[in-house]
Design a protein around this ligand. Structure first.
Ligand SMILES: [Zn+2]
Length: 367
């Protein structure tokens, strides 16, 4: 009987030591983590806390070795029972104390970490939003608009996708005209095309406003050009139109001459060369004296002394008829100027494509 009791005692003592040893082995990692505390990331701290909870359940829960030892107390020989019970209690106290200490350390480290992460340091310099500025083409367009608005012109807008009627027919461009070629024009479905010029806005404006009227229409136009240093499939024009009683070629010349003087300086001269456009008659190409050399010839004007401004002319009677304006009563003039090339010349760009690449390093120069 005694022998049996002894065996049970020895067994119980071994069990207590074995449980403690196993706990020490597993707990060591958490003791270290708890010590390192704030050196850990919040995620590591939370992960450790979760795993520590699992360890606690395994060693002190209902199905734990500690619970088994407690049940064993009643089976130990009466004279050994008190001593064994005390040892089990000591083990229990020791385990829960160490577990609690580690839990507390991790909880505190987590709380400090959270505060640190959420703290707003008002002394740190803010991240400034990068300040943008207008594109050089926009800047130039606005300057041109200002000049015409000061001369009594209204700024008109029009669609970039046009019907045959507005882009061609109403502008006296019959269906066999080469300007309609698929080589020159971006057609979409249903006979619509990206406008090849800002001139269709003339038609919209005349339909809407009725004469007398003075408008300019800046905007994007599209041609099937292969991009190179002086061409791009999308570029900017400004269209001008005046319709009134007794408007003459002299008014056209005076208006353009005034525009270039305000744009490039009071000494700027203009030159009109006869030309052909379907929607004007007579038609003329306009040049202005070079703003760099004043006509003597330089690199900018390629030695010519003159720079091309654009096309112009008296509105063709057929165009007036297309919008039911009587050409016997009203006459008008129109002109179209390219903004991009003027921009490239004024800023000394040797490649017009720089204007469309949206490279901030390039565009920043125009702030
Ligand atoms: Zn020049």
């Amino acid at each position: 009987m005694n022998e049996l009791r002894d065996a049970a005692n020895i067994d119980s003592a071994t069990s207590i030591a074995a449980v403690r040893e196993a706990f020490e082995r597993e707990f060591e990692r958490f003791a270290r983590l708890a010590e390192r505390g704030e050196a850990l990331s919040l995620r590591e701290i939370e992960e450790a806390g979760r795993e520590l909870g699992e360890l606690k359940a395994r060693y002190t829960g209902r199905k734990s070795p500690l619970a088994a030892l407690k049940k064993q107390i009643g089976r130990v020989a009466a004279e050994e029972r008190a001593a064994f019970g005390q040892r089990v209690q000591r083990l229990e106290a020791e385990l829960s104390e160490r577990l609690e200490a580690a839990e507390r350390a991790l909880r505190d480290a987590g709380a400090r970490k959270r505060i640190e992460l959420e703290r707003l340091d008002v002394t740190l310099p803010g991240r400034r939003p990068r300040r943008g500025h207008l594109h050089p083409i926009t800047l130039l367009r606005q300057r041109m608009e200002d000049i015409f608005v000061a001369m009594g012109y209204a700024v008109e807008d029009g669609p970039e996708i046009e019907t045959d009627f507005y882009n061609f027919d109403a502008l006296n461009i019959p269906s066999a005209h080469p300007a309609r070629s698929a080589q020159d024009t971006f057609y979409t479905t249903d006979g619509l095309a990206l406008r090849t010029q800002t001139s269709p806005v003339q038609i919209h404006a005349m339909q809407r406003r009725r004469p007398p009227l003075r408008i300019i229409a800046p905007g994007k136009v599209f041609r099937r050009d292969t991009p190179d240093a002086t061409h791009n499939p999308m570029f900017f024009q400004i269209e001008g139109l005046l319709v009134d009683r007794h408007a003459t070629m002299a008014h056209l010349k005076g208006t353009i001459a005034e525009f270039v003087r305000r744009m490039f300086g009071p000494h700027t001269r203009t030159r009109f060369r006869p030309s052909y456009f379907p929607f004007t008659e007579p038609s003329a190409e306009v040049d202005y004296s070079c703003f760099v050399c004043d006509g003597r010839g330089c690199r900018v004007c390629k030695g010519a002394g003159w720079i091309e401004l654009g096309g112009s002319g008296m509105v063709h009677p057929n165009v007036l008829r297309a919008v039911e304006i009587d050409p016997e009563e009203f006459s008008g003039f129109a002109f179209g100027l390219g903004i991009d090339r003027m921009c490239a010349l004024m800023y000394g760009l040797d490649d017009i494509r720089l204007l469309y690449e949206n490279d901030v390093r390039f565009l920043e120069q125009f702030a």
